[in-house]
Design a protein around this ligand. Structure first.
Ligand code: PLP
Ligand code: LYS
Length: 471
């Protein structure tokens, strides 16, 4: 939505759901909630992990994911400390996974959530201890289940009756008693984008509490001699900023623990409340402190268990975004800059094109996500201009940052940095328009190392069966 500002600036004004946003006094300021803990500016130039982004861009090219290793590790430690030894923290690998990340997760004392055979393969390639892996997914194939059981994964979260039968057979053949959690759909409407809410009714994940499907799943797992039911699982969605949804979920899922005790005489020892904690993408986001969340979850589970006379189960959580998200910035090089008439009251909008886009960050197009962006390679005293940062793909929806203030002199070949791109960006990247996916470089103490190689056009051509030498 655009409207002429009463003062009548030439450019379209920034009107968001938070109201009119004036240009910030200092475009170069780095909001600590949004930028990696190891980000700073020196003489106007952004540095991450002690490295000048101009040098990183020269060495590795752009677009480039720059991952602050200390930021990632410190968030693992924050979770470990907040939940303590009486809980398990599984890093959700779907947010971003590579073998280096698996090692950091292991070294920082976390466990790992994988949701496909591919993620499992990365974990096993990193020698991640299989007993500390939980295996998720609403449509695991028999081969994936066989691989997981053979590898000795600690827990499989079952998601359908049919999967329970197949897993029981797979475990039986492998002569293994596989530990299992039942994923419960608790009927909570999480306050987040509809595509990333997962615990309301009428979606593909889990067994509904309503109608007794979850109770029936419990019965079937208990009946299978090759399966050991250790607990229940609930995940209400992602990018959530309050504890209300978790409290309702905990209340309902503990209710099922009580029902299981009453019907089967079994007190299940584990309760996994999933992931979903939100992070700051812009200064309008105000995420909860992990200690507040940990205390709230513990309190509600203890209270509900006390009310039902149940022993308090061992808690587990599965943060992905909250660990991987804030520590990475994406560096882009600016190309075309265009002033485009908006068609409203003579207003125009500045379109700043960068050399990536929806192939390295689909979140803006897919969820209407908001991001921040900053000029990264130099200081500028030029006036702020409301800009739309767009990619190079053949879609008008190929937007990286919908509304951002950038200095008026932003031009090719400046560098732009988009923070908070560590979760669900590289992991959801594509080769749309035959664009190779960018590398991920981990930075720490003034040193950089590639943790995921960038693709080249040759890599893409190699997959084309019609190209000479590939058949
Ligand atoms: C079962 C499960 N656990 C954990 C996560 C991680 O969520 P987030 O990255 O929001 O913490 C997800 C993704 O939403 C999930 O589906
Ligand atoms: N991919 C989503 C979150 C879904 C997480 C997996 N259940 C995002 O980018 O926000």
């Amino acid at each position: 939505m655009m409207r002429a500002h009463p003062a009548g600036p030439r450019h379209a004004d920034l009107l968001t759901e938070h109201g009119h946003q004036p240009a910030p006094a200092d475009l170069s300021a780095l909001d600590a909630r949004v930028w990696p803990r190891g980000a700073e500016r020196r003489d106007g130039v952004l540095r991450v992990g002690g490295l000048d982004v101009r040098e990183l861009a020269d060495t590795y090219g752009t677009p480039l994911f720059v991952l602050d290793e200390d930021d990632f590790r410190s968030r693992c430690r924050d979770y470990r400390r907040a939940f303590g030894d009486e809980a398990d923290v599984y890093y959700a690998g779907k947010a971003f996974l590579c073998t280096a990340v698996c090692r950091w997760v292991q070294e920082e004392g976390l466990s790992l959530d994988v949701s496909t055979g591919g993620e499992l393969a990365v974990a096993l390639a990193a020698d991640f201890p299989a007993e500390r892996i939980v295996f998720h997914g609403n449509n695991k194939s028999t081969r994936e289940l066989e691989r997981a059981v053979r590898a000795g994964v600690g827990r499989v979260v079952v998601d359908s009756y049919e999967e329970i039968d197949r897993l029981a057979l797979v475990a039986d053949r492998a002569r293994v008693r596989q530990r299992v959690l039942v994923r419960v759909t608790v009927g909570v409407e999480a306050h987040t984008h509809e595509f990333i809410a997962t615990a309301h009714e009428d979606q593909k994940f889990g067994f509904s509490l309503a109608g007794g499907a979850a109770a029936e799943a419990v019965r079937r797992v208990l009946d299978a001699s090759s399966l050991e039911l250790v607990g229940l699982h609930s995940h209400i969605g992602s990018q959530i900023f309050d504890t209300a949804g978790f409290e309702v979920a905990a209340h309902r899922v503990v209710g099922l623990l009580g029902q299981v005790r009453d019907e089967h005489g079994v007190e299940l020892p584990e309760l996994d409340l999933g992931g979903g904690l939100g992070i700051a993408y812009t200064d309008a986001d105000d995420p909860l402190d992990v200690k507040v969340i940990a205390d709230a979850l513990r309190t509600i589970v203890e209270r509900e268990c006390r009310a039902l006379g149940l022993p308090v189960p061992r808690l587990a959580v599965e943060p992905g975004r909250a660990i991987a998200g804030p520590g990475t910035v994406t560096l882009y090089e600016v190309g075309t800059v265009k002033e485009v008439a908006t068609g409203t009251a003579g207003l125009s909008r500045r379109y700043v094109s960068v050399d990536g886009g929806m192939s390295d960050n689909i979140r803006t197009a897919l969820y209407g996500a908001d991001y921040s962006v900053s000029l990264a390679n130099r200081a500028s005293g030029a006036e702020p201009v409301l800009s739309r940062v767009v990619g190079k793909h053949c879609e008008s929806g190929d937007v990286v940052v919908r509304d951002a203030w950038l200095p008026a002199d932003t031009a090719s070949p400046d560098l732009l940095a988009v923070p908070a791109t560590g979760a669900y960006c590289r992991s959801m990247a594509s080769n749309y328009n035959h664009v190779p996916r960018p590398p991920v470089v981990a930075v720490r103490d003034g040193r950089a190392r590639v943790v995921v190689h960038g693709e080249t056009e040759d890599d893409l051509l190699r997959l084309d069966a019609g190209v000479r030498g590939t058949d």
